[in-house]
Structures are given as structure tokens and as C-alpha cells.
Design a protein around this ligand. Sequence first.
Ligand code: GLP
Length: 254
Amino acid sequence: MLIKRFERKEELACHAAELILNEVAERPDAVLGLATGSTPIGIYEKMVERYRRGGISFRNVTTFNLDEYVGLPATHEQSYARYMIGQLFGHTDFDPTRTHIPNGMAADLTAECAAYDALLRKHPVDLQLLGLGHNGHIGFNEPDHALIGGTHVVDLKPATRAANARFFNNPSEVPTQAITMGIGSILKAKAILLVVTGADKADIVRESLAGPITTACPASLLQTHANVTVLLDRDAGRKLTDVIDNELLAHNQC
Ligand code: GLP
């Protein structure tokens, strides 16, 4: 696991975008696993900026988003489908027929999960972008006694609903369930890029990356993957200084 810590989250975003863009430049038909939440926003901004400068195209890239709320239509302003259009897809040439997000409005959610897994088997993910929840969740794989490998419906923990309430008008509007790619599918990606910012995540960063591997902290399973790069800002990495490879790496090309 390669862990890099940046002085500012803008530098982290710049570096993460560069890693993703390098993947696309090397492999124009790359399969990207994409994440939502507040952390990737700066990364998507940098990707859009780079696209606007020219010389890069996403039209042959296939994407799979990690998760989607159950019960929110794609048009809902807090759906992850809408987020992806607002942050990335709507400003670039991603082909809508190649961008995949679980449908949280599917009449048969079990069939939707199976169909998503079938697509993932057909298009193995080259590079999976991940954020980190405060309780160690990745995608919406919540801490539990056991974790599920494939795409599935999950009951969101009260802490996760509370953390995401800031995006909704009223905390009661936060959906109680989501569809998420499972831990097994996430770990099948050839390479994983975990991005975490903020002092409020310093403890869970340490627990995930330097603590025991346990289903009580789903992100700790990333320790079992052979190709993980972790990008932290100064605050998120402040409890990991003993194990970090590159301390406060400045990124001059921002
Ligand atoms: C959400 C998403 C995750 C995301 C996490 C952290 O619940 N399902 O994919 O990584 O929360 O979000 P944020 O980056 O806003 O802290």
C-alpha cells in the first residue's frame, strides 16, 4: 500500500485526477470505478478542467459507480446519478451508454443487483476510486459481523444517515437504504485509489490502514489488496505519520 500525504486537499485532488487521467491516456477504453460524496468533488473538477484544455477524451471509458440511494429517482438532486452528471459526466464527453450507476428505483432490487454484478463481470474495473465513511464504510458497505461480496441492498447505519443529512433539506429525507457494490467487487479492481481529507477522519484512517483487518471496519480489508494507493491531506493523515511514505508531498503542477 502506497500512502501519500499532501499539505492541501487541492494538491491531493490534483494528484488523484492525474492518476485517473494517466490511466485513461494509457488505456482510452479503461474501466473506472467511481465514487460520490464530498471528497471526490475536487478531483472531478480537475478532470473537467483538464478535459476542457483538450487532448483527452472519455468517450470510450466505461464507468461503474459504487452506490446509489434506494428510492431516489435519478432526477432527485441528492441522487448519485444527478451528482455524477453535475460533477463530471455533464461537463465531459463520457458516453452515457457506458456510465453505470445502480438504479435505486428498480422495481426488483435483487434483479438490479444481479444485473450490476453481471456487467461488472463483463467489464472488470481497472481503477477504483474510493472515499471513506467516518465508520470505515467504503461504498455503502457498513461495518457488520459479516460483509457481502457482490452488489446488494444495505440498510444505512444511523451514523451514515446523519453524516449525509447535510446534503438534504431535512434529516428525515435521507433514504434508509442504498444499493452498493460489495466488498468482493471492490477488491476485484486491478488498482484502488482511496482518497480521504479532513481531521474528522484521522482516527478512522489510522484504524483502516494500520489497524486490524476486520469487518467492523470495512476499509481495513483494503489492506489485503496488492495495488492500493492512498492519498490523504495533512489533517486526515495526522495520526499515521509513523507509516507514511511521502510526508507532505507538494504537487507543483496544480
Ligand atoms: C458516502 C458514500 C461513500 C463516501 C462516503 C464519504 O456515504 N456512499 O462512497 O465515500 O460517504 O463521503 P464524504 O466524502 O462526503 O465524506
